[in-house]
Design a protein around this ligand. Structure first.
Ligand SMILES: *[C@@H]1O[C@H](CO)[C@@H](O)[C@H](O)[C@H]1NC(C)=O
Ligand SMILES: *[C@@H]1O[C@H](CO)[C@@H](O)[C@H](O)[C@H]1NC(C)=O
Length: 261
């Protein structure tokens, strides 16, 4: 207590804020990204001010940049939803533009895991459009419009290790024939994969004969315990740019969203 008071006094005297990866600051950063994406211009935007000069842009698992990637397209958005990871200081935003048409996942990562005011040094995106796997933005929107991804009561939350383990078990199903038994299947559960919608069991049609060639590699996670969600970007089957997002309620899998390019 004494130490904290002293720290507070020192900070008050020196005028420096406590470095903290706060939800508010992470959310504000994600919202400024959404505004820049809506405008289709990063240069000169509020979002640009949050970026590290050496920020890396990735689109569909390849290097990209703000002037040629999805960020250079003004998008009329029908849907946005963001989860916040205060442990890694990162966010994940899901966007749908039926006019685009696009279904997009974007992970933003801040330079310091303990300071959301630190510059964003990675803008990582999975961008699906017409011709991509089972793509139909209007159908995706219709399926997910009524879903609840809201804040969970404490009793229904899982530790982040549990959320990541569930995501990993799920993604392992294509390379490990027994991983299906490690997924904490819940009911009802709804799985939305572009124009495909599977419910009330997400296990229906799940792979149980994984092979080494099916390994989903290069996994990048954003985890938000308050909503029970783990998002993972990966190279699906080692190749296809892909986003999977999972929601667990009381330790059980209840919602799955995928974006596959
Ligand atoms: C993002 O979604 C919220 C509702 O969740 C909405 O109020 C807001 O206008 C949306 N933002 C944009 C830029 O579409
Ligand atoms: C396959 O998945 C099961 C269940 O999660 C796990 O116990 C096992 O270690 C996995 N095998 C390999 C080779 O990763």
């Amino acid at each position: 207590m004494v130490h904290l008071r002293l720290l507070g006094l020192v900070l008050a005297l020196t005028g420096h804020a406590v470095a903290d990866c706060s939800r508010d600051t992470l959310e504000a950063a994600a919202e400024s990204y959404i505004a820049a994406q809506t405008a289709g211009v990063v240069a000169g935007s509020a979002f640009a001010k949050l970026l590290d000069p050496a920020v890396v842009y990735r689109q569909n698992n390849k290097p990209s940049d703000a002037t040629t990637g999805i960020w250079s397209k003004a998008l009329k958005l029908d849907h946005n939803r963001t989860i916040l990871d205060t442990t890694q200081c990162a966010s994940y935003t899901e966007l749908i533009s039926t006019a685009g048409p696009y279904v997009i996942g974007v992970q933003l990562r801040h330079a310091s895991a303990t300071d959301a005011a630190s510059p964003i040094n990675l803008v990582d995106s999975i961008v699906a459009t017409t011709g991509d796997w089972a793509f139909n933005a209007a159908k995706t929107l219709s399926y997910i419009a009524t879903e609840d991804w809201g804040t969970l009561p404490e009793a229904d939350r899982s530790p982040r290790a549990t959320l990541q383990a569930a995501a990993d078990a799920y993604l392992d199903m294509w390379s490990n024939s027994t991983a299906i038994n490690a997924v904490p299947w819940g009911t009802p559960c709804a799985r939305t994969e572009g124009s495909a919608h599977v419910t009330p069991s997400c296990k229906s049609g799940a792979p149980s004969g994984g092979t080494a060639a099916g390994k989903n590699t290069d996994r990048r996670y954003v985890i938000d315990e308050t909503v029970g969600s783990c998002n993972a970007f990966c190279a699906f089957g080692g190749q296809m740019p892909d986003s999977h997002e999972f929601r667990l309620i009381d330790g059980k899998l209840r919602l799955v969203h995928t974006i596959t390019v």
